[in-house]
Write a protein that binds this ligand. Sequence first.
Ligand code: GLC
Length: 425
Amino acid sequence: MMQSWFSDAKLGIFIHYGIYAVDGIAESWSFYNGQVTYDEYMKQLDGFTASQYDPEAWADLFVRAGARYSVLTTKHHDGVALWDTQANDLSVVKKTPAARDLLTPWTEAIRSRGLKVGYYFSQLDWSHPDYATVRPARHREDADDQLNAYGYARRGKEDPARWEKFLRFHRAQLKELCTQFGKIDLLWFDGDWERDPEQFRMKELRDELHDMQPDVVLNSRMLGYGDYATPEQGQPVVAPNGPWEFCVTINDNWGYFKGDHNHKSVRQIVRICAECFGMGGNVLLDIGPHADGSLQPEQVDRLEGLGRWMHKHGEAIYGSRAGLPGGLFYGPSTLSADGKSLYLFFFDQPVDELVVRGVRGKVLWASIVGTGESLGHYRRGSADWNEVPGNLYIDFKDRQIDPDCTVIKLEFESPVETVLAAGRT
Ligand code: GLC
């Protein structure tokens, strides 16, 4: 069920933590796609120590970054659970030198900082012997070599009884997650694409989850039964319908990946955030810890840098809603919940002033967010006989911009009204 905290929260930190960090290879996909064998992949279990694992320090960092929620991979497509699942033996507790439940301390650390708790859970499980036992209707007749054997039954070899066994396992794990760790604010599903909604019985699943966690928010990867859209890696150019969250990596991989130093700059990340917030969306920014639980220093730098900007401009971000339609101001913008404050985001040094078009209403006050400096402003081109409201000019001559993104606040007498019109012709 969608909850207001979600759309108000704006920034979440996504964490892909799993055995793939031992060799620094792609999470789960590396064996699915044949870059390593399954056995080579699973040998990483022996190297997963979590010896520096410090979820309290992670949570403190996420607070400094300005995040209001976090999502951890409780189980990725490889099937390795981070908690002490009783549904099978494939967990870091039973199969790795870490030998303990990593989910409880993380959940407690996140919750104790006032952040919302999100669990990533892969619907599919490429390790489970009963998983690749059916095909979705759209693939029923496909040749075997077109369908990966970790994901789908061989042609003519479908075994619905074994799929039922898998479903019991799937539900058992979700029941553990929903009943053994207290209140879960968000279930972030992934890996729904290899089956039909009927095969997973998604409609029923939604009800079962709500019985156990009445207030939980569900992301979209439930084959039509989720609460919000999750565009991934390619920044949306227009806002998806309804509530949404853009999930994106800091470098080019979800988990720790050896040799990937292609980290986005703080300024690039700030810009992505500003643009998503301006379209009413959240950003779920991903980090990939090393196998011992320590974080990649470049990623810590990015989170600290982003946090400086987020905290300075918090009033323009948290609880805000989408701002002006494109073209009325040459940058993203947000509106306060009461609609009376318009926040303008810009990245470059204006030569002298900023211009906003198509906005009706009286500006009471213009100022720079974070420093409070007030700015001169005037309107030009308005007339009571003309439906277009004229242009608003905000003086920015000789003013200092923020190194990442400057935000200006315009306080209006009444809620901002936009006018998309040609005017009297
Ligand atoms: C994709 C990938 C997965 C990753 C996820 C994050 O669906 O399968 O590896 O965890 O995106 O959104």
